[in-house]
Design a protein. Structure first.
Length: 501
């Protein structure tokens, strides 16, 4: 490779956290104008490397060379000035500011009197949103947006800074296919027309071949190797390189007799959000809830478990009306809900992994009022093993785990509940290829034990791979219901975009 090709070089980068060697001697080059994909299991070190590049962490050893010169950014602001724009895995927006205020935060557009020019701020913001092909109001408060919309705002914010390198750490995990298509056309446009370089992190194998040029694979903090041409390499070979072994079936088969109706939703309406939603789920059945982001899937789930107030409608469990007014009512009546926004709704960041898993079910580990620590540890270590949660110990605070491992902790928490109805909202978001099939196996086992399960997912292959039946939502209503045999990506999308009425 000509040296002129290289825009960025990592040289012998190492990073140690207490008890964890997050990165060991990482060396590789990023070429100008390429989309370089960073691959690796949850906890492999991808985000850590990005955080070193952007000055969030300091490396314990090694050098970063940008355009032939060594750089040592002290913080994100500095790295931004060097032309590096980053969309982090964690949300970094200010909830009580508007979209436009967030996008132009600390680089406000001023008028000739030196005060903020709001008219231009909103126009500029709208222009960038328009480029994404998305409909978000620049004046909306960020806290009122969905996770997906917030993710888009993060991307808009970075794009509008016009950097020379853009880092996207799992940008699509909260987006639906339509929004991903838009994002990808923007990436391609910026790459081809402006020569912008991308570092791209994702666990969604279908998309990395589509969007990526070359890829680097990390495993346990080590550089495993380079994939010089993502377009031609086989998917199986990529996966083998990531996990270091061949994988079993991606979607393990389930052979379960489907029983009587367990959960029955009738005419559910939430003000301005969902309208007259009805469906049911049977024992042993996995029902998919599909639809575009914003179609009301998560709102329906939240209304069922009492997180959103119902305007009308009933929930029946095993034939009996369940008057659920709060999430704790839902737990009592046998419904567990794995939220899509784990950071905000599912995880206590400053508590150890152990407590995060057992908090809602602590009763189970008590005998005569005293906590049986050993029982608790056995249970939690069981989940750690089963889902390969990467942490030196279950006593480690949740905030020190990698994004995907945090998801696994929240997942374990709801498994621990052992209940009749499970609602999984994007269960594999941010989970690596190896662990995804473990999660599908667990869903299968729950079904085998007679649970009624709802899986909300924006990944159509996942819906098709794990569900017995699919209910498709569009603009707050049930647009259609499709049996497993008839379900295809096309048939689901037709309903999802409102094509069938
Ligand atoms: N601030 C921290 N303190 C302690 N350990 C940390 C910290 N940040 C990361 N780690 C550890 O470093 C390792 C690498 O984490 P990193 O977040 O880089 O993984 P990742 O490849 O981005 O994973 P994911 O796909 O789950 O996002 C993990 O074992 C993680 O627990
Ligand atoms: Mg990460």
């Amino acid at each position: 490779m000509e040296s002129g090709d290289v825009i960025l070089r990592f040289e012998n980068i190492s990073k140690i956290f207490p008890g964890v060697r997050a990165l060991s001697d990482i060396t590789f080059d990023i070429r100008r104008g390429e989309v370089h994909v960073l691959l690796g299991e949850n906890g492999a070190g991808k985000s850590t490397l990005i955080k070193i590049l952007t000055g969030v962490y300091k490396a314990d050893g090694g050098r970063i060379i940008l355009d032939g010169r060594e750089i040592l950014p002290e913080d994100i602001l500095q790295s931004r000035k060097m032309g590096i724009g980053t969309v982090f895995q964690e949300n970094s927006l200010v909830p009580h500011l508007t979209v436009a205020e967030n996008v132009f935060l600390s680089r406000e557009i001023k008028n000739r009197f030196g005060t903020i020019d709001w008219r231009r701020t909103y126009i500029e913001c709208q222009r960038w949103i328009g480029e994404m092909g998305i409909d978000i109001d620049p004046r909306a408060m960020v806290r009122d947006l969905s996770v997906a919309e917030q993710q888009i705002v993060e991307i808009v914010k970075i794009l509008s800074q016009e950097p020379s390198i853009i880092i996207l750490d799992e940008p699509t995990s909260a987006l639906s296919d339509h929004e991903i298509d838009n994002l990808f056309s923007i990436v391609n446009k910026l790459k081809n027309e402006k020569g912008i370089t991308f570092i791209y992190i994702s666990h969604r194998m279908e998309e990395i071949k589509f969007i990526g040029d070359r890829a680097s694979v990390l495993r346990d903090g080590h550089y495993i190797g380079l994939l010089p041409d993502l377009k031609t390499v086989k998917l199986d070979d990529i996966i083998n390189m990531i996990v270091g072994r061949a994988l079993d079936e991606k979607f393990p088969k389930r052979d379960v007799e489907i029983g009587g109706v367990i959960l029955e939703i009738d005419d559910l309406t939430v003000a301005k959000t969902i309208y007259n939603v009805s469906f049911n789920v049977r024992a042993g059945e996995v029902l998919g809830l599909a639809g575009l982001v914003g179609s009301g899937r998560t709102s329906a789930a939240k209304a069922i478990i009492g997180m959103l107030p119902k305007k009308s409608g009933t929930v029946r469990i095993a034939g009996e009306i369940a008057d659920i007014r709060s999430p704790s009512d839902a737990i009592k009546m046998g419904i567990a809900y794995l939220p899509e926004d784990r950071k905000r709704e599912g995880l206590l960041l400053t508590k150890p992994v152990r407590e995060n898993v057992t908090l809602p079910t602590l009763r189970k580990f008590k005998r005569f009022g005293a906590l049986r620590k050993s029982l608790e540890a056995i249970a939690v270590n069981g989940f750690k093993e089963m889902l390969s949660i990467k942490t030196p110990s279950i006593e480690r605070l949740a905030k020190f785990l990698s994004g995907g491992n945090q998801q696994k902790v929240v997942f374990s928490k709801w498994l621990c509940a052992q209940t009749r109805v499970y609602i999984f909202d994007e269960p594999t978001r941010g989970i690596d290829v190896g662990s995804k099939s473990e999660i599908y196996k667990i869903i299968n086992n729950l079904a085998r034990d007679g649970a009624a399960i709802i899986v909300i997912s924006s990944e159509l292959p996942e819906i098709l791979g794990v569900c017995d039946r699919v209910v498709v939502m569009c603009e707050g209503r049930v647009a259609g219901e499709i049996g497993r045999r008839e379900a295809t990506q096309e048939s689901i999308m037709k309903y999802a975009i409102g094509g069938v009425r």
